[in-house]
Ligand binder design. Sequence first.
Ligand code: PGA
Length: 246
Amino acid sequence: MTTVYLIGNWKQHGSRASIAAFASQWSFEGHEQLAVAIAPPFPYIGELGATLPDCLLAAQDCSIQEQGAHTGEVSAGMLADVGCRFVLVGHSERRVHHGETDELIGRKLAAVQAAGLTPVLCVGEDSAMRQAGEQNHAVRGQLRGALSGMASSVLIAYEPVWAIGTGLTATPDQVNDMHAVIKAEVNAVLGGDSDVPVLYGGSVNPETAPALLGCPHVDGALVGGASLDPGAFADIARSALNSLSY
Ligand code: PGA
């Protein structure tokens, strides 16, 4: 059975009040072939789970350590303990602002899988790479750097850095072409026909979602800004559902 994934990344936004407001306005009938998840900041994971039981829980990052004297860190096991299903790893904001390397991201991915959760590995080229025509090479390198030796229980999110939070969305052709490159590379790295779902992220909104989610190689979306708005996020969820019939 095909599953489409829609994951909201709230980044460093939210409060108890905004979660209550979101829940009161959220009206979306769930569907067994659509997995809708939200990744709030760590302190709100429990609150979100209690307030919005229809949504799956995700986290934005995790530690490579299981436990110990690591001030400020949160382990994948703790995230599993509070009900998370997915953990983002290697988001470009963490690569750029926190110096995360492919090697570290690979270790986080392994930690997430070891805790029984599904990592969402974020990859994507910046605008200089795209302008130089090096986007395929860059993304293949990120995949190889983090995925080697991993199990196939992983989601990939293709998020061109130049499209994140900028209002610039990659065209459906750019996205579909890159997703085909990603699927081929993931099969080469993980071996065989691993059938790993590939989500698109980067300024997805209710207007751009239908065409992007309608692309044959697109298996869902990772949504930042628009996921803070329950009306917009539900519209995108409807587009995700419609894409199942293409
Ligand atoms: P955006 O963010 O939808 O606001 O562009 C996407 C992301 O960073 O995951």
